[in-house]
Ligand binder design. Structure first.
Ligand code: NAP
Length: 308
């Protein structure tokens, strides 16, 4: 079998920064097409303005990587599955949980692979953190995810719209890590969401979870952080403190600090190739469930208007 002929759909920041290099660096894939209304694509690779135009053309593809905002994800994924294509979903896998469930059923019926990717789970320190925590007694967890929205999401109108998640767009990355490394299930106890008076999605959130043993997990999300940025997870255990910094890239355990090179997107594409080879899907909706619960259970406070 030759390489998987993949089309990248939604040629924005993440497609250019991460997907194109990861595809180019993995011999299991070949970039067969790009789809975007405004981007001009990649030299020598067929480019289309819509996915419909691509599937109606004579360009052969086996898979799509959907790198659009989440609000556009379902219709594109459903079209791709209808055509028997394997589907790589950027995070979050959809704008609602039920639409992701519908895609899971659709992929099973089509006999193709559906992969809901969570790139932060492939950050360098995460696998070792998970292994270290597996049989430890956890006494408390703190997540501090504070960044400057003007630096990381300049002019991204979709992120402030319903389904765009606001500060949970980065916050769901932290949730994807802690749902992966903490051994016990956990759930929301209470939350406060701060929503700018001129926007539909929160700019900050304070979340209190607890796990099935009663351990407290506190999460502090804020998009108004200027100066140094924080993407840190601190887990207190009976054997000392585990700290994951830089979004999961740097792991500190009692007595040692481990740093590795970034391999998030190469790791995701290796996983997608394995899933396709094995005829399997991988769709874990727990991070999106926790976000949905924050919108369901959280108290909303209106705060100052936000302008880019
Ligand atoms: P972006 O820069 O705004 O790019 C999104 C692209 O999707 C646009 O270039 C746009 O291209 C296309 N698109 C298709 N339908 C659209 C619609 N209805 N509204 C707006 N754009 C639409 O966004 P991004 O930062 O790459 O993020 C895309 C996804 O990747 C999000 O789910 C995000 O959470 C995830 N992600 C982002 C990052 C990051 O660092 N930025 C990191 C990891 C994951 P055309 O208008 O040309 O069609």
């Amino acid at each position: 079998m030759g390489p998987i002929r993949i089309a990248v759909v939604g040629m924005g920041k993440i497609a250019h920064d991460q997907h194109l290099p990861a595809i180019a660096g993995n011999p299991a894939f070949t970039l067969a097409a790009t789809v975007s209304r405004s981007d001009s694509g990649v030299d020598g690779v067929p480019h289309f303005h819509t996915l419909q135009a691509l599937v109606d053309s004579d360009v052969a593809i086996d898979a799509v990587a959907l790198c659009t905002p989440p609000q556009a994800r379902y219709d594109l994924a459903a079209l791709a599955l209808d055509k028997g294509l394997h589907v790589f979903l950027e995070k979050p896998p959809g704008a609602t949980l039920a639409e992701v469930d519908a895609l899971v059923a659709h992929a099973a019926k089509a006999g193709t692979t559906l992969f809901a990717s969570w790139h932060s789970r492939y950050a360098a320190g995460v696998a070792s953190a998970r292994a270290w925590l597996a049989d430890r007694q956890i006494t408390g967890v703190k997540v501090i995810w504070r960044e400057d929205v003007r630096v990381w999401h300049p002019g991204q109108a979709w992120i402030w719209e319903p389904g765009g998640l606001g500060v949970f767009d980065p916050g769901i990355n932290a949730l994807s890590i802690i749902t992966h490394i903490l051994p016990d299930p956990f759930f929301l106890a209470e939350a406060t969401l701060e929503v700018p008076e001129n926007r539909a999605a929160p700019i900050a959130a304070d979340l209190h979870f607890r796990d099935s043993r009663g351990t407290a997990i506190h999460m502090d999300l804020d998009w108004r952080q200027t100066g140094p940025q924080s993407w840190d997870i601190v887990v207190e255990t009976a054997d000392g403190t585990l700290r994951l910094a830089n979004g999961g890239a740097v792991l500190t355990l009692p007595g040692e600090t481990l740093r590795h090179d970034d391999h998030e997107y190469p790791g995701l594409y290796a996983r997608f190739a394995d899933l396709v080879a094995q005829g399997q899907s991988d769709v874990d909706t727990r991070p999106l469930t926790l976000v949905a619960d924050a919108f369901l259970r959280g108290k909303r406070l209106v705060t100052d208007a936000f302008f880019d």
